[in-house]
Ligand binder design. Structure first.
Ligand SMILES: *Cc1c(COP(=O)(O)O)cnc(C)c1O
Length: 470
């Protein structure tokens, strides 16, 4: 692994990306700086391949839309986090995968096999993590409104519970007597740090629904000191997502070290500081995120320094990458369908999916990079708008995309869809969810089967009096 010796300007600016979308930026060897999965290449016939599998063949075999996950990219990202933590942090450390980015048994198993932990925010994600083979002691449960059932499941399994508010504490205090053992807790607070990302995905500023207000930190720590059922071993904060800046993470380390001093002073055995996730990725060529190595080094050095200044023993450093861990490993394949040309205005090209498999453009106005699977190198002489197939004018995946001449039936690839696509997807318009295949070494394996229209009727019940008269 090449370790970045990039400038520490604090802006995260390092280098322009590689030339073509499918070219891997070997200089930095940080998957989040690439647009495409690390194994992407052009085969002898000029067609795109990922994990040794030709993409148009995958589309033919498995149908479209299709999520494709590159095992090599996912594993290298896990290793990049683990190795950078080992290299730059003098104490113990653990990266936890924020599974809300993309939760499945296969991803859990891969991440667990790389030695990472996982964060879950619901009983669904928790169940996926446990069944996927993630050891309970490497799982943390988040959430600003956890149910009794979610808390009970976590506590019974020995998962670390991140308390977010007084309501969590009240529910846990009710549950605790039946558990017969203390519940291991982490405490989330709002660090009051601003960063420049989309309003919906900022969480560290004071006006956030997540975590205890900083004013509450001392009272809640005092309260917990009197709770025999609770064992507070960690503190947590998360400042947001798709962040390219480094300074907010440095600031966070200092705020967390102050909180650690406070908690230890009140007698809590706090040994874990969890600094959340948030590292951004490159969705389009102009995005310029720091490498994983630079991000980890920044966080690690800031925390080590902040602890030394306060004469605190080095805590275990936890972080929770979601997007930067899975986004680049994933791509989506669509088939091009109808075309509508509005002279002098716009050409709409429609794909066989859209906001149900990728709700980010309509939710966050996010940008993506797309290519033709079989003609990535052809001159991109058409300017088109890629529309989804849903009944919503805003269901547009990409505006003003330069694409080579194309026709219906062509396979289109959208890059960097591994995070917050499948996991945020829906069945809007009763469109079944895509399948997902894991690729590597020229093999493809189905890891999520395609939903069928019949699956969508599974939970519908028709009262007898409404049944069609035959
Ligand atoms: C969303 C979230 C993460 C992951 O954020 P990314 O930007 O995807 O890395 C980590 N921790 C918490 C608590 C989160 O809510």
């Amino acid at each position: 692994m090449v370790i970045s010796s990039a400038s520490e300007s604090g802006t995260g600016r390092e280098s322009p990306g590689a030339g073509q979308p499918w070219e891997v930026d070997r200089q930095w060897d940080s998957p989040n700086r690439n647009l495409a999965p690390l194994t992407t290449c052009i085969d002898a016939e000029g067609r795109l391949e990922v994990g040794g599998c030709r993409l148009s063949d995958l589309a033919r075999s498995y149908g479209t839309p299709l999520y494709v996950l590159d095992e090599a990219t996912l594993r290298s990202t896990c290793r990049a986090y683990r190795e950078a933590l080992e290299q730059f942090y003098p104490g113990p450390s653990l990266a936890l995968y924020a599974s809300k980015a993309n939760s499945s048994l296969a991803i859990t198993a891969l991440v667990a096999s790389e030695g990472l932990g996982l964060d879950a925010v619901s009983s669904g994600e928790l169940l996926t993590a446990l069944r996927g083979g993630m050891p309970a002691e490497r799982i943390v449960l988040h959430g600003n409104n956890k149910s009794r059932q979610e808390l009970a499941l976590a506590a019974a399994e020995g998962v670390i519970v991140v308390i977010d508010n007084w309501h969590d504490l009240e529910l846990l205090a009710e549950l605790a007597p039946s558990l017969g053992k203390p519940v291991q807790l982490m405490l989330r607070f709002t660090p009051g740090i601003e960063c420049h990302t989309h309003e919906y995905i900022r969480t560290g500023h004071l006006d956030s629904k997540f975590g205890f207000d900083p004013d509450q930190l001392e009272p809640v720590l005092q309260h917990l000191a009197g709770c025999g059922w609770a064992r507070l071993t960690g503190l947590h904060a998360h400042i947001g997502s798709q962040i390219f800046e480094l300074q907010p993470h440095r600031d966070l380390a200092a705020v967390m070290a102050d909180a650690l001093a406070l908690a230890c002073g009140l007698g809590h055995p706090v040994s874990d500081l969890n600094l959340g996730g948030g590292l951004g990725i490159r969705y389009v060529a102009s995005d310029d995120p720091p490498t994983i190595q630079t991000w980890v080094r920044t966080v690690a050095e800031a925390l080590a320094t902040a602890c030394q200044q306060r004469q605190l023993e080095l805590p275990r450093l936890l972080c929770e990458p979601g997007r930067s861990l899975v986004a680049t490993a994933g791509i989506t394949l669509y088939e091009l369908g109808s075309r509508k040309q509005i002279p002098g205005l716009r050409t709409y090209l429609s794909v066989d999916g859209g906001m149900s498999d990728n709700p980010r453009p309509i939710t966050y106005q996010s940008h993506y990079t797309a290519l033709l699977a079989d003609r990535p190198q052809a001159e991109a002489s058409d300017i088109v708008t890629l529309a989804g197939k849903h009944c919503e004018s805003g269901d547009v995946l990409l505006k003003d995309l330069a694409l080579p001449p194309s026709s219906s039936g062509d396979v289109l690839v959208v890059l960097a869809t591994g995070a917050y696509n499948a996991s945020m997807g829906s069945n809007y318009n009763r469109i079944p969810r895509p399948a997902c295949v894991l690729v590597g070494g020229g093999e493809a394996e189905l890891v999520q089967r395609r939903e069928l229209p019949e699956d969508l009727l599974r939970y519908d019940l028709l009262p007898a009096r409404l049944q069609p008269v035959t």
